[in-house]
Design a protein around this ligand. Structure first.
Ligand SMILES: [Zn+2]
Length: 306
């Protein structure tokens, strides 16, 4: 296409005929641009292709998600390893997978919330005629509701936080840190980012698996539910090792210790969040009570006989 010829053509007639990339102008070689990755257009756009592209994009994403989940079930270590060495296209990224697991947990929590609330309030409920200790009575006066239901609400809010940013900040990051640090002792020198990929995929998978198992376990009993979480976490993390870490026992011990230490970190973070949220709740209730008392005071004065 020379300049003169091109100026006589309407632009739609030049589509696909240029020998440079339509996106960045680098000379064409192959189906995709070697510089920007844009697929070269060879023909005019047909109406059906718009939809075909959309469906292709959706199903590709869909396959990526299903494929990532399936691979994480059967060969979790391989997924993390593939990602770290650069075979990333078949999988959902580690951070996206973690957030997917967290979102699933929130859905599960929403489903089991009434059951959880009932279990919690029943476990603290007083016998008929039995009065709570004076401290609790005072707290209930401030809160304007009974201690058990206030605590259950705080607990559920804490769990919601626990499955999102708390799990990322106080479980994934410590897990990656301890993995890097402890595996360094047995000659496996991971970078923090590499350990983070492993941590995000494994914690993401733990969240996905427990999101499915929690409602079932709760149906069996609270004790079963309490045991399922840690067991799934250990099983997923120890299984994820193969393909990513060495098979030696010293290496296994290090992964287990990293999981243990980061779980302790997470547990402390959850406890701090739980107690902190409850304190905030009491303080806000006390302030609201004080405001009500203050706003009442002038009317009380006016009501006084002169
Ligand atoms: Zn290009």
């Amino acid at each position: 296409l020379d300049e003169l010829n091109q100026s006589e053509l309407h632009w739609v007639e030049t589509i696909g005929r240029s020998d440079t990339c339509a996106n960045c102008g680098v000379p064409k070689a192959g189906v995709f641009c070697s510089e920007c990755g844009q697929k070269h257009i060879t023909a005019r756009l047909k109406f059906g292709e718009l939809f075909f592209q959309l469906i292709a994009k959706l199903t590709n994403w869909d396959r990526g998600l299903a494929y990532t989940f399936w691979m994480l079930l059967i060969r979790p270590g391989t997924v993390a390893r593939d990602y770290v060495v650069g075979k990333q296209r078949p999988y959902i990224g580690p951070l996206a997978y973690f957030f997917l697991g967290a979102a699933l947990q929130l859905v599960t929590l929403w489903i089991v919330e009434p059951q959880l609330r009932l279990m919690m309030t029943q476990s603290v409920r007083m016998e008929p005629g039995q009065l709570p200790p004076p401290g609790i009575q005072r707290l209930e006066e401030i809160l304007g509701e009974d201690f058990a239901s206030a605590f259950a609400s705080t607990y559920i809010t804490t769990l919601q936080q626990g499955y999102s940013y708390v799990a990322l900040l106080f479980f994934c990051i410590p897990f990656a840190f301890f993995l890097k640090f402890l595996h360094g002792f047995v000659g496996e020198r991971f970078r923090f980012g590499e350990a983070m990929v492993f941590a995000l995929y494994s914690v993401g998978q733990m969240l996905v698996v427990t999101a499915v198992l929690t409602p079932i376990a709760l149906r069996i009993g609270a004790g079963v539910q309490a045991a399922v979480g840690p067991l799934v976490y250990i099983a997923v993390a120890m299984r994820a090792r193969s393909g990513f870490m060495r098979a030696a026992w010293s290496s296994r011990v290090m992964t287990f210790l990293a999981l243990l230490f980061s779980a302790m970190f997470f547990f402390i973070a959850i406890m701090v969040t739980l107690i902190g949220s409850f304190v905030v709740r009491v303080v806000f209730a006390a302030q609201a009570n004080a405001r009500v008392l203050n706003s009442r005071a002038p009317t009380d004065v006016q009501a006084q006989p002169i």
